[in-house]
Write a protein that binds this ligand. Sequence first.
Ligand SMILES: NC(=O)c1ccc[n+]([C@@H]2O[C@H](COP(=O)([O-])OP(=O)(O)OC[C@H]3O[C@@H](n4cnc5c(N)ncnc54)[C@H](OP(=O)(O)O)[C@@H]3O)[C@@H](O)[C@H]2O)c1
Length: 361
Amino acid sequence: MSAPTGNIPVTCKTLVQEEEGIVLKETPIPEVGENEVLIKVRAIGLNPIDVSGCDLTGEVVKLGPNLKVDIRVGDRVSATVVGNSASGRGAFTEYAKAFSDLVWKIPQGTLSFEHAVAIGSPLNAAFQALYGVDDLGLTQRFDSAAQGWKDETWVFIYGGSSGVGQFAIQLAKLSGYKVVTVASPRNHDFLKALGADAVFDYKDPDVVQKVKDVAGNKISHVLDAISGNDTQFTSLKVLAEDKPGKLVTVLPHAEGIQDVRKDVQITMITIFTSYGFGFGGKDADEYARRALSAFLQKVPGLVKDKKLKHIPVKEFDGGLEKVVSDGFEYITKGKVSAEKIVFTVAYQGLQDGHADPYSHG
Ligand SMILES: NC(=O)c1ccc[n+]([C@@H]2O[C@H](COP(=O)([O-])OP(=O)(O)OC[C@H]3O[C@@H](n4cnc5c(N)ncnc54)[C@H](OP(=O)(O)O)[C@@H]3O)[C@@H](O)[C@H]2O)c1
């Protein structure tokens, strides 16, 4: 079925990667294909690897044919799209298209667009890292029947205050696991409130021993949500020596890391493989996509029940025009600490002053 198109403009503003860098251009509104929806973007969230943007929230304004899930025009949704250097077009636009099975509806009366966008791809990354069959392979326990389940397995998360880390803590706790993490001391209380059982300072020279001690030297599951060279080697050291373990990274592996512990399974996740996009040496992964899609259908319930909290939001003014000069600048200066940079997006109309043709006021 198709939806009204009369209110949708022909072009909109989009941040596009050109030879001279990322520039704001007037671009055609994308055609929606099979299983795609067109979204009028209301807010965007920034990630460290973004080029044209991965995370957006907005209203569905048009439906493509053969949608895989029930989505209607007017639904408020959160979407993650492939916004790296190879994709051409991402979330940093006034109108974006997304796969219906990889968006989730923002429940009425819960989060604003600006708060909901501070969930997005870091949640997907944490989900894939913890539950991917080839990654940590933990057990999902989000349904009411599993509530209160206790599992004495410890999960160590390097960088709990990062976006990926915050969702990894929350998901692991929802699944009943024990969580120990490391972050700067200013974020310790916050991470305990998110559910972490123990939090240490990654700059503490005794951090490895402290992590091992709190978990009784039994850690066999580790997610390095930072994945620098040094953090990967530290992550490896917290694993119990007397049994095989698993380490998942979010960036390519540090050179020589596999030689240190041959009995540890070390993998790297790339969320774009769930979006039909080969990336980081991995092919598109239909199985991972189905798992992610099934999980995303549960996210509205978790949000509504306040079981899943968004990353604390740092809002910037100026819309798409200020993403590079202010947003990327803040990220590249290393200022992000337990926060998500968010911009409101409002359709500007064409240069000749046309008003927003799809304004809901
Ligand atoms: N592979 C994928 O598909 C995928 C998907 C999403 C993200 N990623 C990657 O995952 C990483 C995290 O992304 P994000 O959006 O979650 O990051 P983020 O929220 O921007 O990370 C900021 C946090 O990083 C922490 N941090 C920085 N350097 C650290 C260090 N040396 N040790 C410990 N913590 C450190 C800071 O902690 P404190 O303030 O507490 O010091 C800060 O809270 C990035 O490299 C990103 O590119 C990969």
